[in-house]
Design a protein around this ligand. Structure first.
Ligand code: HEC
Ligand code: HEC
Ligand code: HEC
Length: 421
């Protein structure tokens, strides 16, 4: 795999050098005196709060236990670790001396105020679709937050990638700056949904497969991977054990939970949390657009699955009875009175790979959502890799009625290790 990256990195370097001279050299935009809070219209600030929620800006720009928007969160990528920056209005370490045009250039072109190119871990290839008004409102909101003095740690990247000008080659390949015109053949709601999904919502940055240099592959939304979690395909929602409806999807996005499909866990938890802060019309529009992308069922891939390990299933049944059935058993109050879906309906149980089931058992489902009313404790400290593998074998065979997954114990060990990094 490594060699392939290098070939690509070389190709991009060459393309970048040849064609992107104009991109490489970006002028600095002059610093300004930090604007005062009353320079901004209160209605713009209120609208900006929603734009910033749609864009999940806080999720990435806030470190664990750190001040909101002060940055410092490490993002793990195949190319190394990138730290988010401080986007509070502190003039020295944040964006306090950024003009609106500097802010707009960052979102539309991935260029910092002083002219250096930003890494695409910042999803500017999506934010570039945002309207001028939405960008102005986001600026008004962020410039009126509490300034925090904070400098992000140095990035820890593969050597050639520390050289930012080569990002010009990447931009040539993947950045199509500016908003996209509405499609007149579609409804206003569909167009609003597409605007939010492709723009601020940047759903494809997690739900699409990434190529060797981190560009999104088409077809978009055919399923991706983020932080060791699978982000399922958003084009196969009709193939779920209970096919999704637009209403269920809108509810799931807004509440982080749907009675037919379960909870938004892992990296989807904070996304749903942000979406709980946007108007209902927007989550409905997102659902309308996503439901219009559904593709017909593909024939099931040829069975490569391992034979079910009967001993593991029996052991798993005992462990499940002890660790899980008090909540997930058919007679448990959570199921009988709480209207929770059977695990048989969960994508984590039905998917091709065991990763999300492993992640959910290791991490649980935290109280991350204001009105989700769901909590599952983490089992990382109380179950071994072998025990989790047995539980997975049981859940997969007896509850999901699916062919066994391969190598669950090894995957668990690997995921556990990655989570600790
Ligand atoms: C997926 C994570 C992620 C999300 C979501 C995100 N950012 Fe960032 N952002 C980053 C990273 C990483 C950087 C630093 C990139 C670099 O140093 O090259 C960054 C950099 C920036 C910068 C440049 C700061 C500087 O000093 O150069 C601005 C401005 C910014 N983000 C604004 C926003 C806004 C506004 C939103 C929401 C609409 C947002 N970001 C959402 C990851 C994210
Ligand atoms: C204290 C109650 C509780 C216990 C114990 C518990 N869970 Fe959960 N679990 C939840 C809740 C709440 C959710 C999220 C809401 C939902 O799906 O109903 C959840 C979600 C899940 C999901 C994802 C379903 C979805 O939402 O898509 C899986 C898979 C899962 N649990 C497996 C397990 C396994 C395996 C065990 C035992 C190792 C276990 N749980 C123990 C409460 C619990
Ligand atoms: C930071 C990465 C990330 C972003 C951004 C993101 N998602 Fe997700 N999403 C995930 C992951 C990971 C899962 C799987 C975890 C789970 O099901 O709880 C998921 C699950 C889902 C599911 C459930 C699918 C299923 O089959 O159960 C839906 C629907 C969904 N996302 C829609 C969206 C939409 C719409 C957007 C944009 C508004 C979006 N996601 C943005 C990471 C992301």
């Amino acid at each position: 795999m490594k060699t392939k990256y290098w070939i690509w990195i070389g190709a991009v370097l060459a393309a970048g050098a040849a064609a992107a001279a104009a991109w490489v050299i970006q002028p600095a935009i002059a610093p300004i005196q930090p604007p005062a809070a009353n320079d901004f219209d209160s209605a713009a600030i209120a609208r900006g709060a929603r734009v910033v929620a749609q864009g999940d800006c806080m999720v990435c720009h806030t470190a664990a236990a750190g001040a909101p928007y002060a940055g410092g969160l490490p993002l793990r990528t195949p190319f190394g670790t990138i730290y988010t920056t401080n986007i509070t209005p502190d003039p020295a370490t944040g964006i306090g001396n950024w003009s609106l045009s500097a802010f707009t250039r960052a979102l539309r072109h991935g260029v910092s105020r002083d002219g250096h190119l930003l890494y695409p871990a910042f999803p500017y290839i999506h934010y570039t679709r945002m309207s001028t008004v939405d960008i102005e409102d986001a600026y008004a909101y962020l410039m009126t937050r509490t300034p925090v003095v904070a400098t992000a740690p140095d990035n820890d990247l593969l050597l050639p990638l520390r050289f930012r000008p080569m990002l010009a080659g990447w931009n040539l390949l993947y950045l199509r700056p500016g908003p996209v015109a509405d499609n007149p053949a579609q409804t206003a709601e569909w167009n609003r949904g597409r605007y939010l999904v492709d723009g601020a919502g940047h759903c494809a940055s997690c739900h699409s497969t990434l190529g060797p240099i981190g560009g999104e592959r088409s077809p978009a939304f055919s399923g991706g991977n983020i932080d060791g979690w699978d982000a399922p395909a958003l084009t196969a929602l009709l193939q779920a054990p209970k096919p999704w409806t637009r209403e269920q999807l809108a509810l799931y996005l807004r509440h982080g939970w749907s009675p037919e499909h379960g909870a938004a866990a892992g990296p989807m938890g904070p996304v749903a949390h942000s979406l709980s802060l946007v108007p209902e019309a927007d989550s409905n529009a997102i659902a309308t657009y996503i439901m219009s992308l559904q593709t017909p069922a593909r024939p099931a891939p040829a069975a490569t699955a391992a034979a079910t390990d009967k001993t593991a299933v029996v052991q798993g049944a005992t462990l499940f009875a002890g660790a899980c059935a008090s909540c997930h058993g058919a007679a448990a109050p959570m199921m009988a009175n709480g209207g929770r879906p059977s695990l048989a309906l969960s994508t984590a149980v039905n998917s091709e790979r065991p990763d999300n089931l492993i992640q959910i058992v290791l991490n649980g489902v935290p109280w991350s959502h204001p009105d989700q009313h769901t909590f599952m404790p983490p089992f990382a400290a109380s179950l071994t890799d072998a025990q989790i593998a047995s539980i997975a074998a049981y859940v997969r065979a007896d509850i999901g009625k699916r062919a066994a997954w391969n190598d669950v114990e090894q995957r668990t060990a690997k995921i556990r290790k990655e989570n600790q990094q």
